[in-house]
Design a protein around this ligand. Sequence first.
Ligand code: 2GW
Ligand code: MN
Length: 295
Amino acid sequence: PHYGSLSKVRRRRITFNDTLDYGARPAVETRTSWNAPIMWEGMFDPNLYDQAHVELQTSVALTVFAVGRYLDAYLNTFLVSAEQHFMLSLPVTYYVFTDHPEKVPKLKLGPQRSLKVVQVKRYSRWQDISMMRMKTISETIDKEIGRRFDYIFCFDVDQEFKGRFGSEALGEFVALLHAHYYKLPKERYTYDRNPKSKAFMEDGDYYYHAAIFGGFCENVKHLADSCLRNIIEDKINDVEAKWHDESHLNKHFWLHKPSKLLSPEYCWDPSIGDNGDIQVSRLVWAPKNYDKLRT
Ligand code: 2GW
Ligand code: MN
C-alpha cells in the first residue's frame, strides 16, 4: 500500500490522517462523514505510528474493572494477553479497580510497564457496577492519570488480546464500532429510545461499543462526567437507559464526535464467525456464563 508523508507534530498532538491508505479496504467504510478515520488492518503502517510515539515519549494509562466474580473469571487472561499485545513500544500503566485488591494476580511486567491496584466498593446491582465505572474513571483522571499520561484507554475486562493493539489506536477521542452492529442499518441500532432517559436518541452516526473508549485525558474526563451526570439524573427520574453506560456513551459520541474510530477488528466476537471483513482479531470477547456471573 501507499502511505503519504508523515504530517507535522504539534506538541503532543499528532495527525496521521494523511498517512492512511483509505482505499486499502474497499469492502468496508474507512472514513466517517466528518473525516475521522476508521482503523482497519492494511490502512496504516504500524512502524510509522510506533516510531513517532516513541520519539514523543507518549504514555498510556489503561483502566480496567474487575469487581466480584469478574476478577477470578477474566482479569488474569486480560492482563497476561495485554502484556503480549497492547502498545508494546510505549510506557503503559494498568489501573486495576477491584473490591478485592489482594486477589489481583502478581504479574511480571515488561520494561516501562507498571500496574496499580485501586480498591473500589462493590455495588449490589450489576448495572451499577458497570455504570459507576464512569465515576471512578473521572475521579482517577482528576487525581493522577490526567497529570501523568497523554492518553487513557478504558476497557471491559471480559476480553483477551490476540494480536497487535498498537499506537495506531491512539487518538484525541476514540470510539469503537460494535461488532454486532457495524453492518446493520441504523434503524436496528439499540440506542435508548425512551424520551424520559437522558440517553434518549432518535438518530445517531454508529452504534459504539462501550467495551473500549479512550483518547486525551481531558476528552475522556468530559465523556465520563457527562455520562455520570446523565446516569444520576436518570436515577432521580427513576429511569435506566437500555444498555446502561453504553447508551449514555453513544449519546455523548453523537454530541461530541470521536476523532478516530476503531473497526471491530479491535474487539471481535468470534461467535459471529468469519464474514470476510476481519483480517486480524486484535482483541476478542471472552466467553460468558451469564448464569454463573450475573446472580
Ligand atoms: C456485569 C454484568 C453482569 C454481572 C456482572 C457484571 C460485572 C461487570 C461484575 O460483576 N464485575 C465487573 O467488574 N464488571 C465490570 O463491568 C467488568 O469490567 C466488565 O467488563 C464491565 C462491563 O460488564 P460486562 O462486561 O458484563 O458487560 P457487557 O460485556 O455486556 O458489555 C456492554 O454493556 C455494558 C452495559 O450493560 C457496558 O456498557 C460494557 O462496557 C459494554 O461492553
Ligand atoms: Mn464486556
